[in-house]
Design a protein around this ligand. Structure first.
Ligand code: ACO
Length: 328
C-alpha cells in the first residue's frame, strides 16, 4: 500500500480558436469593460470543428502527459474523467478517451461534480492509490462548455470556455503528495445552476430545444453569494485543520469562475495575490479543466515540497479543498 498519492505529471490542452470580449459584444448586448470588471475575463477558447467533442481535447492533454512522462498506454491502471459535457450521455467519456489512446482493458469512468469535478475525481484517485488497488492513475478534467451555452444569453455566454487538463497520480513516500481533502455538496443549490432538460426528469424534445432548456441556466447573483462564502470558508477550514498559516501556503489554486470570487477567497485566507494562480483572463471558466490548466501553466514555477491548496465551488452545489505537497 502506498503511504501517499502524489501528482507526478501534468499537461493541458486548449483549442486554438480565441473568442474575445469584443467579438462577444457583437453577438449580445455587452462590452469588454463590463465583462472584465465583473469577471476578469478577456477571452476564452472555443472548440471548433465537425465531429469534435470533449474527449478530443482530453485526448490531447493525456497524450501530452504520457509523452512527458515517457509512459505507454498499457502503463495506466485507471483513467477518471471529470466533466459535465460528456461526448454522449453514455458511454462515459473516459471510455472513449481510453479507446482513442489505445488504453485497452483498463477501467475508466466519469465523475460529474461540475466545477468541483476535478477535485472529486482527484480524491477518488487518491483513495485508489492509497488503498494499493491501482498504481498509476490519470485524472482528466475536460469540458466543452460552448456546447451547452446559449450565445444569445449575455448573463452566461461571457463566462465560459473550453479546455482540458490531465494529471498523473502515483504512490509516494509519506509527507509528500495529497495530505488532506475536504469535499462538500448541497443539492438544494441545484435550483440556481442547472440544465433544465435532457435528463430523465425532462427528456429532450422539440419543445425543450425550442425553449432553450438544454443550455446552462444560472442565477448568477445567488451562485456568486454562495461561491464567495463557501470557497473562502473551506480554504480556511483545511488550513486550520492542518495548522497552516497563510505564510505556509505557497500557492492557492482556485477554480476560475470569476476573478472577484478568487480575490475574495485569497483575501479572507490572507494569501497574497502573487501566490494565487490566475488565468481566467485567458480561458474563462472551463469548469472541470480550470485547476489542472492552472497546474500545467505554473508547473515550471513549482518546487518539491511546496504547499498547494486547490479549491473549487460550482454546480450541485459542490465544493471542496485539497491540501497537497508538490512532489517534483
Ligand atoms: N453584459 C452587460 N450586462 C450584463 C451582462 C453582460 N454580459 N450580464 C448581465 N448583465 C446585467 C444584468 O442583466 C443586470 O442588469 P439589471 O440590473 O438591469 O437587471 C446587471 O448586469 C447585473 O447582473 P448581475 O447578475 O447581478 O451581475 P453580477 O455583478 O452578479 O455579475 C456574474 C454576474 C458575473 C455572472 C456573477 O454573478 C458571477 O460570477 N456569478 C457566479 C458564477 C459562478 O461562480 N458559477 C459557478 C461555477 S459554474 C459551474 O459550476 C458550471
Amino acid at each position: 500500500m502506498a503511504n501517499s498519492a502524489a501528482i507526478t505529471g501534468v499537461c493541458g490542452y486548449v483549442p486554438p480558436y480565441i473568442l474575445n470580449n469584443d467579438e462577444l459584444a457583437n453577438m449580445v448586448a455587452t462590452s469588454d469593460e463590463w465583462i472584465q470588471s465583473r469577471t476578469g475575463i478577456q477571452e476564452r477558447r472555443i472548440l471548433k470543428g465537425k465531429g469534435l467533442g470533449t474527449s478530443d481535447m482530453a485526448v490531447e492533454a493525456v497524450k501530452g502527459l504520457l509523452s512527458k512522462r515517457e509512459l505507454l498506454p498499457q502503463d495506466i491502471d485507471l483513467l477518471i474523467c471529470a466533466t459535465v459535457t460528456p461526448d454522449m450521455q453514455f458511454p462515459a467519456t473516459a471510455n472513449i478517451i481510453c479507446h482513442k489512446l489505445g488504453i485497452q482493458n483498463t477501467p475508466s469512468f466519469d465523475v460529474s461534480a461540475a466545477c468541483s469535478g476535478f477535485l472529486y475525481a482527484l480524491n477518488t484517485a487518491n483513495a485508489f492509490i492509497r488503498s494499493g488497488i491501482y498504481q498509476k492513475i490519470i485524472v482528466v478534467g475536460a469540458d466543452t462548455m460552448s456546447t451547452i451555452i446559449d450565445y444569445e444569453d449575455r448573463a452566461t455566454c461571457v463566462l465560459f470556455g473550453d479546455g482540458a487538463g490531465a494529471i498523473l497520480l502515483e504512490g509516494k513516500e509519506e509527507g509528500i503528495g495529497i495530505i488532506d481533502c475536504i469535499l462538500k455538496s448541497d443539492g438544494s443549490g441545484a435550483q440556481y445552476l442547472h440544465q433544465k432538460a435532457g435528463g430523465s426528469l425532462k427528456p429532450a424534445s422539440q419543445a425543450t430545444v425550442l425553449a432553450k432548456e438544454h443550455y446552462v441556466f444560472q442565477d448568477g447573483r445567488s451562485v456568486y453569494r454562495f461561491a464567495v462564502q463557501n470557497m473562502a470558508a473551506i480554504v480556511l477550514e483545511i488550513m486550520e485543520k492542518n495548522q497552516l498559516t497563510s505564510e505556509d501556503v505557497d500557492w492557492l489554486v482556485p477554480h476560475q469562475a470569476n476573478k472577484r470570487i478568487i480575490d475574495a477567497t485569497g483575501k479572507r485566507a490572507g494569501i497574497s495575490p502573487d501566490k494565487v494562480m490566475l488565468n481566467i483572463h485567458k480561458y474563462g471558466n472551463t469548469t472541470a479543466a480550470t485547476i489542472p490548466l492552472c497546474l500545467w501553466e505554473w508547473e515550471s514555477k513549482l518546487q518539491k515540497g511546496n504547499n498547494l491548496i486547490l479549491t473549487a465551488f460550482g454546480g450541485g452545489f459542490t465544493w471542496g479543498a485539497i491540501y497537497l505537497k508538490w512532489a517534483y
